[in-house]
Design a protein around this ligand. Structure first.
Ligand code: FAD
Ligand code: NAG
Ligand code: NAG
Ligand code: NAG
Ligand code: NAG
Length: 508
């Protein structure tokens, strides 16, 4: 430890002596060779990395691909990309960054979109993509997966082994990105959140140490909901289950906007049933423009999804048919079809890096307030209809089954919002066009969130950290109980006192 501190101290002195002008992202040289890279010359690091590690410098196609992000709003600035080939490579990279006092950020699916990411104005991206293995344990109860594994790869590999796990629903997000913030997924009604499945993990801490932690560590609680603040997970051992139901069915029911009140009244009465939505039932809805279905206003697309059947039970769908939808589209298949049915498979729009800004303004709800839904619909429709610059936007209402989430004690994790039934969020998509449009969008998003908050009768709201915009308070993201805030702050002070992991919903 002493030796390590000495090295750090010496490196900082050395850096301080040569730093003048070197905070510039790139040297102003016509010869972009290593002499011009200053602190971002990775030659010394390269010597310590495994042979499969890669380093990408700007103005290469590899760098562009590895640093492209889903949302262009307040992106982190990256000067060099390191692609670790081993778990130890992550530790070496963090130690190297610490020696030169350079910021760093892990990246996996690059779908993180909090505006706090923009506070990284220079630094090293640690692109986790090569750490993507999935290995089911001998007893079939757990799997060990790389810290850079993506949801689809894990779902498919497990499926081939007759297994499944709680993962995010979207094919193009990682396991750890969602999981460290809690992680919502199709199977949470049975087993709880993605984070509730964690058994142990290897993690590189702020001091560059690679360590294994499990429920015995004081850090364990924080990794389940506030984990982005504490380390880079290089591998994870997580619970897996035998496939319980391979067949699933969906009904996609599309309504014109004038049905908004009736639709959410029915959702409350027949689906949420006072927050006791059946465990194998999921209902989502999106408001979005679909000129083929309605040229004048956003439509309401209501998905009712059920496991273990080939047709969704009419007890759930009939009340919606009775409202008079524009169209009804049933489908049946397997668990692995769910992402494409709901528009979030790898080849579908939300998975593309389309050079758009994509902020969300999330709020958890217990049930739908029909008046608030109607009011929000009208404000949303006015803002996004026709040729509005925001006409690609989506208002999302995600009604996962909550039984498995609520069966787990609330104080067991930094994820604080187990009592909530619905995750709602406007997702405002637009082509970046400067700060005036950015602030118009922020006003709109916050206004829509406020309408839903008013409908809850509460003065404050609860926001899912992984959907957060970036202006939410720590109470809104991590729970308002003072013991939660105190515990998070104490752990942050102990494990990351200088805030190296403070670009994503930072605690401090
Ligand atoms: C289309 C879409 C669908 C989504 N679906 C779901 C869903 O079904 N369920 C859900 O809960 N959320 C979902 N989300 C939200 C999702 O949780 C966040 O967008 C999350 O940030 C994505 O993680 P990522 O790895 O793709 O992004 P990244 O931007 O690569 O990572 C997000 C944050 O996690 C950190 N991070 C990444 N990997 C690691 C690691 N190995 N160790 C430590 N830190 C790490 C990064 O540094 C960054 O701060 C969805 C988002 C989108 C855009
Ligand atoms: C990278 O390219 C941009 C424009 O394409 C240029 O302005 C910049 O100087 C280049 N940087 C390096 C290091 O070559
Ligand atoms: C939809 O899901 C929510 C959240 O779980 C639930 O409250 C509601 O009853 C469900 N509605 C239907 C129609 O299943
Ligand atoms: C709904 O839940 C509340 C609080 O748990 C309870 O008081 C009420 O009786 C429930 N209503 C129905 C219809 O079950
Ligand atoms: C969105 O608006 C643009 C012009 O701003 C237009 O070209 C496009 O067709 C519109 N899209 C929809 C779905 O209406």
């Amino acid at each position: 430890m002493y030796q390590f501190k000495m090295e750090v101290a010496m490196a900082i002195v050395a850096w301080a002596c040569t730093a003048v002008g070197q905070n510039l992202p790139l040297a102003r040289s016509h010869d972009p060779g290593h002499h011009s890279r200053g602190n971002y010359d990775m030659t010394d690091l390269q010597a310590k990395l495994s042979s499969s590690a890669k380093i990408y410098y700007p103005n290469t196609t590899e760098f562009e691909a590895a640093s492209a992000r889903w949302s262009l709003l307040d992106e982190p600035t990256v000067n060099v990309v390191v692609v670790p080939g081993t778990e130890n490579d992550v530790a070496e990279t963090v130690q190297f960054a610490n020696q030169r006092d350079l910021p760093f950020l892990a990246s996996t699916g690059a779908h993180g979109s909090l505006t706090s990411l923009g506070k990284m104005t220079q630094g090293i991206e640690i692109y986790m993509t090569q750490l993507n293995t999935v290995t089911v344990s001998g007893d079939g109860k757990t799997a060990t997966i790389g810290g850079g594994a993506m949801a689809k790869a894990v779902v498919d590999e497990l499926w081939n082994a007759g297994k499944q796990a709680v993962t995010g629903t979207c094919e193009c997000v990682s396991i750890l990105g969602p999981g460290l913030g809690g992680g919502h997924g199709w199977l949470q009604g049975h087993h709880g959140l993605v984070a509730d499945q964690f058994v142990s993990m290897n993690v590189v801490l702020a001091n560059g140490a690679l360590t294994t932690i499990n429920a015995k560590s004081d850090l364990w609680w924080a990794m389940k909901g506030a984990g982005h603040n504490f380390g880079i997970v290089t591998s994870l051992t997580t619970k897996v289950f035998d496939i319980q139901y391979s067949n699933w069915a969906i009904e996609t029911i599309t309504f014109s906007g004038d049905k908004v009140g009736a639709v959410y009244q029915a959702a409350n009465d027949y689906l949420l049933k006072n927050g006791t939505q059946p465990v194998g039932l999921i209902n989502w809805s999106y408001w979005l423009n679909n000129p083929g279905a309605d040229p004048n206003n956003p439509v309401i697309i209501f998905y009712i999804i059920q496991e273990g059947v080939t047709t969704v039970d009419s007890a759930y769908t009939r009340p919606f048919h009775d409202i008079g939808p524009l169209s009804i589209q049933p489908a049946s298949g397997t668990y692995t079809d769910l992402a494409s049915w709901t528009g979030i498979a790898n080849n579908q729009p939300p998975c593309q890096k389309a050079a758009l800004a994509n902020p969300r303004f999330p709020i958890y709800l217990q049930s739908y307030n029909v008046d608030a839904q109607t009011k929000a619909y009208n404000v949303f429709a006015n803002a996004v209809r026709g040729t509005s610059a925001l006409n690609n936007s989506i208002f999302m209402f995600e009604g996962y089954s909550m039984e498995g989430v609520q069966a787990i004690p609330s104080d067991s994790s930094a994820f604080a919002f187990r009592s909530e039934n619905i995750l709602a969020a406007p997702l405002i998509n637009y082509l970046p066009a400067g700060s005036t449009l950015d602030s118009q969008v922020a006003n709109l998003g916050n206004k829509l969130r406020d309408i839903l908050r008013d409908g809850t009768g509460m003065d404050d709201f609860r926001a899912y950290v992984n959907y957060a915009y970036g202006d939410e308070s720590l109470q809104e993201l991590y729970g308002c109980e003072s013991w939660r805030q105190d515990r998070l702050k104490a752990l942050k002070a102990k494990y990351d006192p200088t805030g190296k992991f403070s670009f994503y919903a930072p605690i401090a």
